[in-house]
Design a protein around this ligand. Structure first.
Ligand code: PMV
Length: 335
């Protein structure tokens, strides 16, 4: 019987950048994110003799997948089967699968579409395996991680960490929830300066992180301080503390990216202008709002309920930018 799941992206507050094992996407350090409530991805999966992947755009038109994208799904299936063997579930997927992806996410604009796709796919695999065993959410997050590290966090709603763990075993890093979506009603107002495709995607980017002379210090700071501070700020709903640590971490990740070889410059002039203007606005109006950017020029403005109207007005006043409004969400689900 075909199984359908849906999922959404997440926005990282402490960023995942750099792996200790590229193939298994085992991260060097912990990360932490807010799962968003939109835009959604829907995936239908079923048993098949050979792997077949179809993908549809927002308007229903069929997307031609590149060789690289198809290889990623094939690799993900191979790794998933390897993990299922360890769980004594090799018989759960005896041959292969057919996968149909329906994405409502514009590609490569800084709303992590791979996180939504692979968390959704992992949830769908969990549904397919369900007649043999109910996977835990942590186990499901391992399957998500094998396709995109950050996808592990979107298995959960609310606030989730991806715990790096230690060693090189496939299941040494998994996600967990630190607080549900009801804990703190945060909003993410997303400002997209342009729709250019990313030059270097995050999969290739992770492999370059270690070439930056500032990478080791970044990992040390997350391990010894930043992740704890961020968890603490979330649990106490301390927005000022959250803002300080989230912005420090985002700027530090971009510093590592820019000082790697080759240099990865994801932020544009528009990004820097938006940052300058929001910093000025929050100072004059005492607004609780923080900024963060992933591997692209898109600015995420995160704020509690009381600041939404002002942040929304600011976002819509940005010339030539697309604005996307999203809230904290409930994570991946079987339909
Ligand atoms: O999951 P990946 O391989 O697409 O990496 C995500 C990297 C960042 O978005 C930049 C940071 C993060 O933690 O989401």
């Amino acid at each position: 019987m075909p199984i359908t799941a849906h999922s959404t992206p997440n926005i990282a507050l402490i960023k995942y950048w750099g792996n200790r094992n590229e193939e298994l996407r085992l991260p060097m350090a912990d990360s932490l994110s807010i799962t968003l409530d939109s835009p959604t991805v829907e995936i239908t999966i079923d048993h098949a003799d050979t792997l077949a992947v179809e993908s549809y755009e927002i308007d229903g038109t069929k997307k031609i997948l590149t060789e690289k994208q198809l290889t990623r799904f094939a690799k993900h299936l191979e790794l998933t089967k390897g993990y299922l063997e360890i769980l004594d579930l090799a018989a759960a997927i005896p041959a292969s699968v057919s996968i149909v992806v329906r994405s409502h996410i514009p590609p490569s604009i800084g709303l992590a579409s791979s996180a939504a796709v692979f968390s959704c796919l992992a949830k769908a695999y969990a549904g397919l395996i369900q007649p043999m065993k109910e996977l835990t959410l942590e186990e499901t997050s391992v399957i998500a991680r094998l396709g995109s590290g950050s996808a592990a966090r979107s298995i959960f709603g609310g606030f989730a960490t991806l715990d790096a763990g230690e060693g090189t075993d496939i299941d040494t890093a998994c996600a967990r929830q630190i607080a549900p979506e009801s804990h703190w009603h945060l909003h993410d107002i997303v400002i997209v300066p342009n729709h250019d495709e990313k030059k270097i995607g995050s999969t290739e980017g992770h492999a370059l992180a270690g070439t930056s002379p500032h990478f080791a210090a970044r990992i040390e700071a997350i391990r010894t301080r930043r992740q704890h501070e961020c968890i603490d700020a979330v649990l106490k709903r301390d927005f000022e503390k959250l803002q300080a640590v989230v912005e420090e971490d985002a700027l530090n990740m971009h510093h590592v990216m820019e000082t790697s070889t080759p240099s990865l410059k994801y932020l544009s002039n528009d990004t820097h202008r938006i940052l300058r203007d929001i910093i000025a606005l929050r100072e004059t109006e005492h607004l609780p709002v923080l900024y963060t950017m992933d591997a692209g020029p898109t600015v995420h403005l995160i704020c509690p309920d009381e600041a939404v109207a002002a942040v929304r007005a600011f976002a819509h006043a940005q010339n030539g930018c697309t604005v996307y409004e999203t809230k904290i969400g409930e994570g991946s689900k079987l339909l």
